[in-house]
Ligand binder design. Structure first.
Ligand SMILES: Nc1ncnc2c1ncn2[C@@H]1O[C@H](COP(=O)(O)OP(=O)(O)OP(=O)(O)O)[C@@H](O)[C@H]1O
Ligand SMILES: [Mg+2]
Length: 393
């Protein structure tokens, strides 16, 4: 048979692949510069007095009255004209007005893992918007990026491959060179949210943990992050861990460091199938590790979050029904709609809370923002439940 019409391509060497990586990195850096003009780093948003009043659960009139009658230090917007609050000012208000929702004195951070083996179910978007939403409600947050792909790091305006070194990530903790995570914590563009970033160098931790387990039978490969976090649990209200879409040593460490879990799922048949697999793998693994623990691992909550929901899609209702039959009360009362605000190219570098002026339809933006605000309030309830349980002990 004549096959000479098929073009023969040149072989691709590993060096060629490396050239591709360099070219891709260059383009991404360029793209980011254009999206984050003027200075290629992210800027925190400011908030109107309507927004601050609504976060505090009071009216704008009440807020203005309080300001006129001597607002507490650190809470007054200083810019002229239309009153705009910085994030710090807004947080100072929410901390005072929502004081009953804050961490009890002497209480420790509640750690939440955001996990699911399936890729693209919005784990990273959920982590970032939750951090921002909780921060606006007055809580101090530590975000931990456990995915070597570094998407959460990127959402903080940092490029994992060019701006983050291995020693800036959890790599040294997992290699046994550090005992607590403090060395890796950095401030971010968003006051009130700190970050432990990730970069592809973290892949090597996947080999370091089993190697250490082989050398030392008493080593607890699943508990390295949990132990490393102990030193900072007094410094935060909430610790959020974004995990990779796989059952990796990183994910296992996130599971064992967490008090509660949020599992984002889309209303798709494939996610439903994956979820059954997820729970059986997870429970087998947790059971085998728990055998070595004096107390078996227990979670304060497991919340299923339906995300990227499109109510015009005919399968949505069927899948939603199935999910609530299986997960019952674990399904969160809030759903995140499929929205252009989260799905645009710019949103790879920003979330709904970063945008102060949305270019598209104002109703689309309002709907998306309200969904994420309700998510933060619902998760805050789970967090408060954990604090209350701990205090009752
Ligand atoms: N509510 C939404 N509506 C539409 N698109 C969304 C929404 N939330 C997130 N996205 C987009 O979906 C894609 C996947 O989201 P994200 O990266 O958060 O998922 P992930 O579960 O962390 O993925 P991975 O498994 O690769 O880590 C991204 O392009 C994101 O911008
Ligand atoms: Mg992700």
């Amino acid at each position: 048979m004549q096959r000479d019409s098929i073009p023969i391509s040149d072989p691709v060497s590993i060096e060629d692949l490396n050239h591709l990586a360099v070219r891709a990195r260059g383009i991404i850096a360029e793209l980011r510069k254009r999206m984050l003009l003027p200075n290629a780093s992210k800027n925190p948003p400011t908030l109107s007095s309507e927004k601050v009043a609504s976060l505090c659960g009071i009216t704008k009139g009440q807020l203005n009255y309080r300001i006129k009658n001597g607002a507490p230090p650190g809470t007054v917007a200083s810019r002229g004209g239309r009153r705009e609050f910085t994030l710090e000012e807004a947080q100072a208000w929410t901390k005072i007005e929502r004081s009953e929702n804050m961490r009890p004195k002497g209480g420790k951070a509640v750690t939440i893992g955001i996990a699911f083996f399936k890729g693209g179910v919005t784990k990273t978007t959920t982590t970032m918007t939750l951090a921002q939403g909780l921060s606006l409600l007055g809580h101090r947050v530590l975000n931990i990026d456990m995915d070597p792909q570094g998407s959460l790091t990127t959402l903080h305006g940092l490029l994992p491959d060019s701006e983050i070194e291995d020693e800036d990530t959890l790599g040294p903790l997992f290699h046994g060179d550090q005992q607590d995570v403090r060395y890796a914590i950095r401030k971010t563009y968003w006051p009130g949210i700190d970050l432990i970033p990730a970069a592809s160098a973290m892949f090597s931790a996947e080999f370091a943990l089993p190697a250490q387990q082989m050398r030392d039978r008493n080593f607890e490969f699943w508990d390295v992050l949990n132990k490393g976090l102990e030193a900072v649990r007094d410094d935060y209200d909430v610790i959020l861990i974004d995990t990779p879409p796989s059952l990796s040593y990183m994910t296992i460490n996130a599971f064992f460091a967490s008090d509660g879990m949020i599992i984002p799922m889309t209303a798709s048949m494939l996610d439903m199938v994956s979820s059954a697999q997820f729970w059986s793998l997870f429970s087998d693994l947790a059971a085998s590790i728990s055998k070595r623990l004096p107390d078996p691992k227990k979670y304060d909550f497991i919340n299923i979050l339906l995300a990227k929901i499109n109510n015009n899609d005919t399968t949505t209702r069927a899948v939603r029904d199935w999910i609530s039959t299986v997960y019952g009360g674990k399904v969160m009362p809030v759903e995140i709609p499929m929205t252009a605000v989260s799905g645009s190219a710019a949103s790879e570098f920003a979330t709904v809370f970063d945008i102060t002026k949305y270019e598209g339809d104002a109703r689309t933006y309002k709907r998306a923002r309200e969904a994420y605000e309700s998510l933060a309030l619902a998760v805050e309830e789970s967090i408060r439940m954990v604090w209350a349980k701990r205090e009752a002990k």
